[in-house]
Design a protein around this ligand. Structure first.
Ligand SMILES: Cc1cc2nc3c(=O)[nH]c(=O)nc-3n(C[C@H](O)[C@H](O)[C@H](O)COP(=O)(O)O)c2cc1C
Length: 200
């Protein structure tokens, strides 16, 4: 079940480094691409950063609309993630889009026009904060998160609930290269080393 995530806790959806899918829409066109280079950037208001290359069609839609969504896919979506990261929506006929072409369904976001991909385990709706230098020089887009959602089977009360009892198909994806992924591994708690002398 999809539940809202409190915005100050939205950073937790990305803090463990999942590969995401960036979706965007403008002028009746929609698209989605894979992005391994993403991160949380702030607590409140929450911000995220993601690299969106100049060659991508997603970038055109993000720049035109000033919005994007980060969809957090799971292991069941590894093949879809690769497909969305290896084929451009620009190469499809105008009446098609990457979602339909790959048999992927989507639903409406609450605060932005970008569609959200069904079957993901988390979604962050973002508005672009204009940082033209970063965009031009580093392809780096910074967005303010205006709404966030998660699948309550794996993220509830502000925490990931991924463990031995969770369906492995719902584990988040972590991309290396060449079609090689890790799925998220063991969760554990740690305490810091005892404070050395000199720390109060
Ligand atoms: C797993 C994966 C991760 C990727 N990460 C990024 C990324 O962080 N930034 C980026 O610009 N492109 C990344 N790419 C490449 C884009 O997803 C790819 O260029 C895509 O085809 C662009 O689609 P579009 O033209 O429909 O927007 C990645 C590809 C894969 C397969």
């Amino acid at each position: 079940m999809r539940t809202a995530v409190d915005l100050p806790r939205a950073y937790r959806l990305l803090n463990h480094g999942p590969t995401v899918l960036v979706s965007a829409a403008h002028g009746g066109r929609r698209n989605i691409m894979a992005a391994a280079w993403n991160m949380a950037l702030d607590f409140a208001p929450p911000k995220v950063a993601v690299v969106i290359d100049k060659s991508t069609w997603t970038r055109e839609l993000v720049e035109a609309s000033g919005q994007f969504a980060l969809n957090v896919p799971c292991r069941a979506q590894a093949a879809a993630t690769l497909a969305l990261g290896q084929r451009s929506g620009r190469d499809l006929p105008a009446e098609q889009d990457k979602f339909a072409a790959h048999g992927l369904s989507h639903f409406a976001a609450s605060r932005i026009d970008a569609p959200l991909l069904d079957g993901c385990v988390a979604w962050l709706e973002c508005r672009v904060l204009d940082e033209v230098h970063n965009q031009q020089k580093y392809d780096l887009f910074i967005g303010e998160v205006v709404a966030a959602w998660a699948d309550s089977r794996v993220f509830a009360d502000g925490h990931w609930r991924i463990g031995p009892e969770t369906d492995p198909a719902l584990h988040t994806l972590h991309y290396v290269a060449g079609g090689h992924f890790f799925a998220i591994g063991d969760a554990f708690e740690a305490q810091p080393l005892p404070a050395p002398q000199g720390y109060s």
